[in-house]
Design a protein around this ligand. Structure first.
Ligand SMILES: [Zn+2]
Length: 151
């Protein structure tokens, strides 16, 4: 690459807006940090995000993570748990009650451990992409235009 080319950074939003790197924002959210400053806490309780960052004042009430964190937990854990179950079944030939006794608690504990970092990552993603109210605009749906379509 020659020195005259610009960096291959994908820009979202208007060029005059402050840069919001996607990977850094997701990582900060996953580490329970404010995606804007990286210093303030993102969660005030287990899965309750703060409304505003205590350090930089960033408005985090716009997050709409909804069902995506549990969906991602199921997607990730499903592959790990089923893979682990099949691997141990091949190696040890355990009865089904033993598999249940092993894998059911592991599934519950792992889900409880990873849902907060995944939800934080989703909030960081939404913040970086200026989704919902994070871009400074209203999140309400646009009015349906009935006049401009074909007759
Ligand atoms: Zn902050």
């Amino acid at each position: 690459m020659t020195s005259g080319q610009s960096d291959p950074v994908i820009q979202f939003g208007r060029p005059d807006e402050a840069e919001r790197p996607l990977g850094r924002s997701i990582m900060r959210g996953a580490l329970n940090q404010c995606p804007n400053c990286g210093t303030g806490k993102l969660f005030r309780a287990y899965l309750k995000p703060v409304d505003h960052c205590a350090v930089c004042g960033e408005d985090l009430s716009h997050q709409r993570s909804d069902d995506l964190p549990p969906y991602l937990v199921i997607l990730v854990l499903g592959h790990i748990i089923i893979g682990g179950y099949m691997m141990t079944d091949i190696l040890f030939q355990l009865p089904i009650w033993a598999h249940l006794a092993i894998w059911a608690p592991i599934t519950v504990i792992a889900a409880l451990l990873i849902i907060q970092p995944i939800k934080g990552g989703v909030i960081g993603l939404q913040w970086a992409l200026r989704m919902h109210g994070f871009g400074g605009h209203d999140d309400s749906p646009e009015p349906f235009d009935q006049g401009s379509g074909p007759a």
